[in-house]
Design a protein around this ligand. Structure first.
Ligand code: NAD
Ligand code: GLY
Length: 373
């Protein structure tokens, strides 16, 4: 097989490779064989991904005499809760999962987060392989070890950091992913350029539409560059005491937008992050930190690829800066009563600030609600 990129995430005693290429599911035994001493894998996936991609993993591992058991869940964010976690854990215990078993999360971020959490608490922690099948999961959630579920108090409030033993990014799986999902995942790719790599951002301005359309070399370059950026940040700050918070660019706003929409499908996570990044850059400009021209560049590129840059098209009755501020106050990034924001001094120059005046945040929220689509 040619054209495979490998990125090592080096952490003491728990380092691992992320392998990126086309057709890796069919060749899964090559990477996973050495990690599966029991010659079985337990795949966790949702019904959609099971239908589309599970047989390729099963066939790929069968070639090396490795059997695949599987646990399936309904698709969607609703599966990332205590009830489904209990179901998964019961099923894994029914399968007599042992310390040297390895669970394989085959799917988007929902499955990756849920399966990762289950693996981290079963028998005090068993191995997990992440095989992300959405663009968002490939460039973000599958790498870095964050796991979790949602509770009635909010998203991702219960979880662990549990690094996978391997991440396989098979770009061929994206061929079945709906365009809207691919676009939403692309917002996280733009995030890496916007937060720390101006040259990558400039490359995306040229190549972005073709990346979303699935041009193989361009897609692989965009995904590999994103994962390399994330791995670098996670190696420097695994437990998010500093630099890792930069990965939340657009997320404090974005999570509030998602919460206001009630996770009803109006706003996918990546779409909320897209509008949230514009709000964060606009806030930075309003504070005199960022040139207005860089806000315009970000907005222009996101709009050019069809991502939302404000809430005008989705906001419902009852949406107000105050209501959105209320959602922000629930966000886990609140520290000592103050909201932490990722701001920017320009494209590629993000930083974390804990001292943002509430009036400026309110004004940024008013602007994102009012702007014409
Ligand atoms: P998702 O897992 O719900 O997947 C989106 C949809 O795409 C689902 O309906 C799924 O069935 C379908 N799908 C997946 N792969 C497919 C394929 N190849 N072809 C066709 N359909 C496919 O959503 P997501 O956007 O991947 O992930 C969102 C989740 O990720 C959220 O819960 C978010 O909190 C989490 N997240 C976690 C981290 C982290 O660091 N752990 C980072 C970002 C996001
Ligand atoms: N998605 C943010 C992080 O992994 O830290």
């Amino acid at each position: 097989m040619s054209g495979v990129d490998t990125i090592r995430l080096a952490l003491p005693g728990r380092g691992y490779d992320t392998v990126i290429g086309y057709g890796l599911l069919d060749e899964a035994a090559r990477w996973l064989g050495p990690l599966l001493p029991r010659r079985r894998a337990i795949a966790i996936c949702d019904d959609t991904v099971a239908r589309l991609h599970l047989s390729r993993l099963q066939n790929g591992l069968a070639r090396a005499g490795i059997a695949v058991e599987n646990v399936t869940l309904p698709p969607g964010e609703g599966s990332k809760d205590f009830a489904h976690l209990e179901r998964v854990i019961d099923r894994l215990l029914d399968l007599q999962v042992a310390r040297d078993d390895v669970v394989v999360a085959l799917g988007g971020g929902v499955i990756g987060d849920l399966a990762g959490f289950a693996a981290s608490i079963l028998r005090r922690g068993i191995g997990i392989v992440q095989i992300p099948t959405t663009l968002l999961a490939q460039v973000d959630s599958a790498v870095g070890g964050k796991t979790g579920i949602n509770t009635r108090h909010g998203k991702n409030l219960v979880g662990t950091i549990h690094q996978p033993v391997c991440v396989l990014v098979d770009l061929a799986t994206l061929a079945t992913l709906p365009l809207r999902q691919r676009r939403a995942g692309y917002a996280e790719i733009v995030k890496y350029g916007a937060l720390g790599d101006a040259a990558f951002f400039a490359w995306l301005e040229d190549a972005g539409s073709r990346v979303i359309a699935g041009a193989p070399d361009l897609l692989q370059h965009a995904v590999t560059t994103s994962i390399r950026a994330k791995a670098g940040i996670v190696m420097a700050d695994e437990r998010e005491t500093g630099e890792r918070a930069l990965l939340n660019l657009g997320h404090t706003f974005g999570h509030a937008f998602e919460a206001a929409a009630g996770y009803d499908g109006r706003l996918l996570h990546g779409e909320a992050v897209s509008a949230g990044m514009v709000a964060a850059f606009a806030l930075s400009a309003a504070l005199g930190l960022c040139p207005a021209g860089d806000v315009a560049r970000l907005r222009t590129h996101l709009a050019a690829v069809g991502l939302p840059t404000d809430l005008a098209a989705v906001a419902g009755a009852g949406w107000s800066p105050e209501a959105l501020l209320g959602h922000m106050a629930q966000d886990k990034k609140v520290k000592d009563g103050a909201l932490r924001f990722v701001l920017a001094r320009g494209i590629g120059r993000a930083f974390v600030s804990a001292a943002v005046p509430a009036a400026a945040v309110r004004a940024a929220l008013a602007a994102t609600l009012e702007r014409a689509p």
